[in-house]
Design a protein around this ligand. Structure first.
Ligand code: DSN
Length: 431
């Protein structure tokens, strides 16, 4: 499988001007580069971008204000910026097969808020998956503005299967008639049935919003079904499986283009971050290459292999496995809280996040599970043959966490660093 672009050479500082101007900050960047190079990064929403994406996001495009849209700006001097944004839009339309794309949202939460502004009024019912069930804060969860300013109606998964209960979704939707129905989330290991959600939204008279932030790269690479033509609006970040810069996009049919564009600007945002728009364009170009299809399928193959290896070691996986890039482990049977396990794994050089599991009896800041994923390790070229080793490291780390065995964690950390040194990451120094 071709990686997006090669790792950087290690000779000399890779940020010479930064090192000369601000050595203190340069040292912090260098330390982070080393950390990202040495560790096994398993947070499913993270990735490594290519050097080309890194370069685009560090360009002088960031010096330019360009409130408005291509051809309709409030500032002059847009000769190049208009072309950059048009390129990003055209590539988004081609990669996802949509009629309209807005590439200006600063990130996923502002993108979702723009959808509320476009289609709902404060106080309206809006429906989404509950955060502790695997949804997202901005899908109407109470502590979010979307749950405070709108009436959040929340669905979940079945306790016996760990799967979304579409009958419950339909019953709730027909009872509440929400303006918006969100599908998608942050801890969903299984395929989203966009067609079924669209049918429910049609019956309830709701706008269906597919939040594909986690799986955008899988969809682009043909490793997860597309929400097109089912969803009215598609919201995504660009920095997860899509392997672009931190940013977001909203996509839709032409009929919703005006409402979405008006909601993003001037409804919510000022000037777009043009350096990010450029880097999104680069990421979309990379996502349109045949090698990205290989990447997307490899992410899923790795996740399935890792899930099997974890199950073989007695781990309890929500829904019993995965169809995508993500695994949600319930550590209750191991008698180790998620946070204790995540911190021990971190000391072993394996970076995950602690996470609630559906029906979690513990609190969100000290939950029962950890969430892991394979986008980053796949970007480094690891394959299914490595997943038994990864599962073994996780197993030994959780056991060491329980036993308070720091020596075992230190030993695993050395083993992790050795393997990662053999698989350099894009944009990072080699050993
Ligand atoms: N914070 C992101 C994640 O980690 O899934 C979702 O916004």
């Amino acid at each position: 499988m071709t990686l997006p672009s090669s790792a950087r050479p290690s000779s000399g500082p890779i940020h010479p001007a930064l090192t000369a101007t601000d050595p203190e900050l340069a040292a912090l960047v260098g330390a982070e580069e080393q950390l990202q190079a040495d560790t096994l990064r398993l947070i499913p929403s993270e990735n490594y971008v290519s050097v080309a994406v890194l370069e685009a996001s560090g360009t002088v495009l960031q010096n330019k204000y360009s409130e408005g849209y291509p051809g309709r700006r409030y500032y002059e001097g847009q000769q190049n910026i208009d072309l950059v944004e048009r390129l990003a839009i055209a590539r988004a339309k081609a990669v996802f097969g949509v009629e309209h794309a807005n590439v200006q949202p600063y990130s996923g939460s502002p993108a979702n808020l723009a959808v509320y502004l476009a289609f709902a009024e404060p106080g309206d019912a809006v429906m989404g998956m509950a955060l502790p069930m695997g949804g997202h804060l901005t899908h109407g969860w109470g502590v979010s503005a979307t749950g405070r300013w709108f009436r959040g109606v929340q669905y979940g998964v079945r306790q016996d299967t760990g799967l979304v209960d579409l009958d419950e979704v339909r019953d709730l939707a027909l009872k509440e008639r929400p303006k918006l129905i969100f599908c998608g989330g942050t801890a969903l290991p299984r395929t989203i049935d966009f067609a079924a959600f669209a049918e429910i939204a049609r019956e309830a008279g709701s706008v269906l919003v597919a939040d594909i932030a986690h799986i955008a790269g899988l969809i682009a690479g043909g490793a997860h079904p597309s929400p097109v033509p089912h969803a009215d609006v598609i919201s995504t970040t660009t920095h997860k499986t899509l392997r672009g810069p931190r940013g977001a996009m909203l996509m839709s049919r032409e009929e919703h283009a005006k409402a979405i564009d008006k909601a993003v600007f001037p409804g919510l945002q000022g000037g777009p971050h043009n350096q990010t728009t450029a880097a999104i364009a680069v990421a979309l170009h990379e996502a349109s290459q045949p090698s990205f299809r290989d990447y997307a399928h490899a992410v899923v193959a790795n996740a399935k292999a890792l899930a099997e290896a974890l199950l073989a070691r007695g781990f309890d996986l929500v829904s019993g496995g995965t169809d995508n890039h993500l695994i949600l482990m319930d550590l209750t049977p191991k008698d180790v809280p998620g946070k204790v396990a995540a911190k021990a794994l971190d000391r072993a050089g394996i970076v995950v996040n602690y996470n609630t599991v559906p029906f979690d009896p513990r609190k969100p800041f000290d939950p029962s599970g950890v969430r892991i994923g394979t986008p980053s390790l796949t970007s480094r070229g690891l394959g299914p043959e490595h997943m038994p080793t990864v599962a073994d490291w996780i197993d030994r780390s959780v056991t060491a966490a329980d036993a308070g065995d720091e020596d075992a964690l230190t030993k695993i950390r050395r083993e992790v660093a050795d393997l990662m040194a053999a698989y350099p990451a894009p944009g990072l120094p080699t050993a």
